[in-house]
Design a protein around this ligand. Structure first.
Ligand code: FAD
Length: 551
């Protein structure tokens, strides 16, 4: 199989045009092309008047070696034509029977699900512990917060089957390095579980909330059929760590809230970024936990049509392009803000802003959308990067304390019932509180309170966002429109801690503990969390099978 990259075609082309362009580009003779599939389709909107589709094609011809020789000296083709990579997933080992102690996976977010799947496929029959409820029950609890201001602290946007990304836009792209093509395994499993097949080849795939719920159920069924065992409503509240004669600390088991001890020598810790009580327990048990940078800010909403026009011009609304997204960064220059950056985060085209707290009396925002991305507003986090050295020095959980402080302030500014504080961009820039909102109707449920967002964010974050918004307005016309709405606060952008691990994916000071995914500071997003889950499961499998760790 060969691969050709960078084949450009006009946005609206005839169905057969792709193969015809391939044949023309390579000068193939009639009948020489045996098969052709699209490996990737992106678009190039740098020239808004002539948006193009950019294809990567996998294809076969009778004599591949001869074709490669024929074009070896052709400048562009020498760069864009070559063998297609082998993306087949192969397990690193298989369990021997009888199985010693079973591995435990804590958490059923994308990281825990993929760790459990790979362990189950290798025959290790993992036990999977989840503090929250099965996804259907969890959905009801989550909607109860959005509709009736009723928060269930163990079953919400952060906690429960499927993890934090279940009620999301389901964006699946990521900039991670993936030389082993583990991401292909993630996407292939998602398709098998019910995701649209296009996620295998569109450049910026997304799934949307509705399908994610079904997919999570379907993946559970597969893991159970392979011998995995799920236990919901089972919060891990303690870790049994033993120090051997060699002075090394080893994981020997976990204790659940109900008081049950599960003996195990291998724990995959895939607890996400909001399991603050578990971070504290790990620290108490002497596990190495350190603070790490994250970001603070707000969610901003604009009419989606404004973003579409700014990004796609006359092609706004085109069915292939869909609802437009954006990615913005501003490096601050103002006095006292030198070195700060403001950036857009988790942009959700045609979506809604959601209440994403997991703790009583706190307000947190995030964003989600359905597959259709058909809601009126575009939303994104507008956040400022912060670091432990400068912004929250002290103990490893100082970042958690900082998050809580501003989530409390947002609850107070929202005037209770989990309403979020909101402000028009025009008022925010003019440094006056909003008393009413304008053309852009905020989508956050259970509702917003117009106010002054500077009450619920550090001064430097407010100043940095004030500097960034006009700069963003120069990149996307109208971004700083007076009636755009900002809702706060966006605090759960990534984990405030890193649970550091070594080259074998084990905690640096506790053998048998495998920190993984977003909560441990090794992933940011559904796709990268899934890939990390696979990597960690492979490390556990190798250790259980007595194999050397991978180089
Ligand atoms: P999580 O998904 O957070 O899963 C951790 C799981 O562990 C949870 O189910 C939790 O209940 C469980 N748990 C925690 N502690 C314990 C314990 N002590 N005992 C038992 N169980 C425990 N990312 C994207 O890539 N695209 C998006 O479009 C996107 N949108 C998002 C929208 C929202 C509203 C949110 C909140 C997040 C979004 N994200 C998105 C981020 C994404 O969800 C996370 O990066 C991803 O879920 C991290 O996966 P994880 O498995 O590491 O952790």
């Amino acid at each position: 199989m060969l691969r050709l990259t960078e084949l450009k075609l006009p946005l609206e082309h005839a169905p057969g045009a792709v193969e015809a362009a391939l044949v023309a580009r390579l000068g193939l003779r009639p009948g020489e092309l045996l098969s052709c599939t699209v490996a990737r389709r992106a678009w190039d909107a740098r020239k808004r008047s002539a948006i193009e589709l950019v294809y990567t094609l996998d294809f076969s011809v009778r004599d591949e070696a001869a074709l490669l020789r024929r074009h070896a000296r052709d400048g562009v083709l020498a760069r864009t034509l070559g063998p297609a990579p082998d993306t087949t997933y192969r397990h690193v080992t298989q369990a021997r029977t009888p199985l010693p102690k079973r591995p435990v996976v804590i958490g059923t977010g994308p990281c825990g699900i993929f760790a459990a799947l790979i362990l189950a496929e290798m025959g290790f029959r993992p036990i999977i512990l989840e503090r929250g409820k099965v996804v259907r029950e969890r959905t009801k609890d989550t909607w109860a917060l959005w509709r009736r201001s009723q928060l269930t602290t163990e079953s919400n946007v952060q906690f429960g089957e499927g993890g934090a990304g279940t009620f999301s836009d389901g964006k699946l792209w990521s900039g991670i390095k993936d030389p082993q093509h583990l991401g292909r395994k993630v996407l292939t499993e998602f398709v098998e579980a019910g995701a649209p097949e296009e996620i295998l080849w569109v450049a910026k795939p997304h799934i949307g909330t509705f399908r994610l719920v079904q997919m999570v159920e379907s993946m559970r069924a597969k893991i159970e059929a392979l011998g995995g065992e799920y236990r919901f409503g089972t919060k891990v509240t303690d870790f049994i760590v033993e120090t051997g004669r060699d002075g090394l600390r080893r994981m020997r088991g976990v204790v659940t809230e109900a008081g049950e001890t599960i003996e195990t020598d291998h724990v995959v810790l895939a607890i996400g970024h909001s399991s603050r009580d578990t971070f504290a327990t790990l620290l108490q048990r002497g596990v190495h936990v350190e603070p790490k940078p994250f970001s603070l800010g707000v969610r901003i909403e604009h009419p989606q049509s404004l973003i579409d026009r700014a990004r796609f011009g006359a092609f706004a609304g085109n069915r292939i392009l869909g609802a437009a997204d954006y990615k913005l960064v501003h490096h601050c220059r103002g006095k006292g803000l030198e070195g700060r950056s403001v950036y857009s985060f988790c942009m959700c085209p045609g979506g809604t802003v959601v209440a994403a707290t997991s703790e009583d009396g706190r307000v947190v925002t995030n964003g989600m959308s359905q597959y259709s991305r058909a809601e009126r507003n575009a939303n994104a986090g507008i956040v400022v990067g912060i670091t432990p050295e400068v912004d929250f020095p002290g103990d490893p959980l100082a970042g958690v304390a900082l998050q809580r402080r501003w989530e409390d302030a947002a609850f107070i500014a929202g005037e209770g019932e989990y309403r979020a504080p909101a402000q028009r961009v025009g008022d925010f820039l003019a440094q006056r509180p909003s008393t009413q909102l304008g053309e852009v109707i905020p989508s956050y449920k259970p509702g917003v309170t117009p106010t002054d967002l500077s009450r619920c964010l550090p001064d430097f974050v407010v100043a940095a966002i004030r500097e960034a918004l006009p700069a963003f307005g120069r990149q996307i016309a109208g971004f700083d429109m007076a009636d755009a709405v900002m809702t706060g606060v966006e605090t759960r952008t990534s984990s405030p801690v890193r649970i550091r691990r070594d080259a074998s994916f084990r905690s640096v000071n506790t053998l048998g503990l495998y920190p993984a995914g977003e909560g441990a500071g090794y992933a940011g997003g559904i796709f990268s969390a899934g890939v990390d889950g696979i990597r960690v499961a492979e490390a556990v499998g190798r250790d259980m099978a007595g194999l050397e760790a991978a180089a």
